[in-house]
Ligand binder design. Sequence first.
Ligand SMILES: *Cc1c(COP(=O)(O)O)cnc(C)c1O
Length: 426
Amino acid sequence: MAYGFDTLQIHAGAAPDPATGARQTPIYQTTAYVFRDADHAAALFNLQEVGYIYSRLTNPTVAVLAERIATLEGGQGAVCCSSGHAAQIMALFPLMAPGRNVVASSRLYGGTITQFSQTIKRFGWSAKFVDFDDLEAVKAAIDDDTRAVFCESIANPGGYITDLDAISAISDAAGIPLIVDNTSATPYLCNPIEHGATLVVHSTTKYLTGNGTVTGGCVVDSGKFDWSASDKFPSLSEPEPAYHGLKFHETFGALAYTFHGIAIGLRDLGMTMNPQAAHYTLMGIETLSLRMERHVQNAEQIAGWLEGHEAVDYVTYAGLKSSPYNARVANICPKGAGGLFTIALKGGYESCLKFVDSLEIFSHVANLGDTRSLVIHSASTTHRQLTPEQQEAAGAGPSVVRISIGIEDAKDLIADLDQALAKASA
Ligand SMILES: *Cc1c(COP(=O)(O)O)cnc(C)c1O
């Protein structure tokens, strides 16, 4: 029987603890696991038997979270990591090699633009940024060295929704996996795999945990990509020297990418999620659908109110009829466009600083997707390292404030915004 989302967000991956009957998933706060005997140890290290060796690789609490997220996303398997940015490196790692590139949307989380435009160059990888509304440009950017196409479902922070069906048709035709960052939408609002994504990455720091307590990330594999269809992904299709010549795809089939992520990615890069973090995120996920419904309800009401405010130049919320991306909501995220958007203030840079300093319920922080309402002036903070052109392309120009609507009373949030806007435009 196929359970619904509300049931799966509470039960998927978990069962009463076999040793104690504990109903809630215990925090397995252990580094290592005792082998039954030397043969058992050898079988585990040969990947002939699945089990626990060492918590850099796997841990029972973290495994419950990985299975929960994989299930909610409709994937075959998942690997949890120490942060969303770790998940992005982990997602690319099996695919890339020096000289290879990723074709990425120019509308991405600011930190991702920095990671892709600067830091990955140290590995000999590169990114080509293109406007993902220009399908011809996406096609043209894919070359013989391209090993992944990367975008966000609902892009942070610009209120931009990607036409995932059109993009996955292009990546499919090129024989290249599509990686979708589904952080802002969550699997409750959007299922990238249904729209052709090969891999889904998350910053679990945000809505999945939902309470601003821990950083974390996750890579989900759809299990649908044929890694052996070309010679482009030798680490998955050919004998892997880092694992005594094991052929991951031949051996593990639809779980090849997930096993590679654990046996090589976590083993050698060590970007592991700890069991405490997994616990907090499991607590958060139990109420994901309830929170997302309220985030959407509040965001729709508040974005509409802001749009009519005299101090506000524009509001980029895809849930508004005025948004050029409103037409994509019904197909990509039919339960709503999320709780994240930007506003531009007519008063410009200085007015934005006054606005964020005057808010009382909203906190000025570098986070989003919390139960609490949050704001940030991106141009002076998260997007500071970007060029003015990159800031504009990412929807984070000098007069723009990013707003993450929480699940408080909408009337209180509106009153807070109202008094801060009055001060900002005085
Ligand atoms: C926050 C965020 C990230 C990075 O995640 P961390 O957990 O902060 O490393 C990546 N993508 C998006 C869309 C994000 O919002």
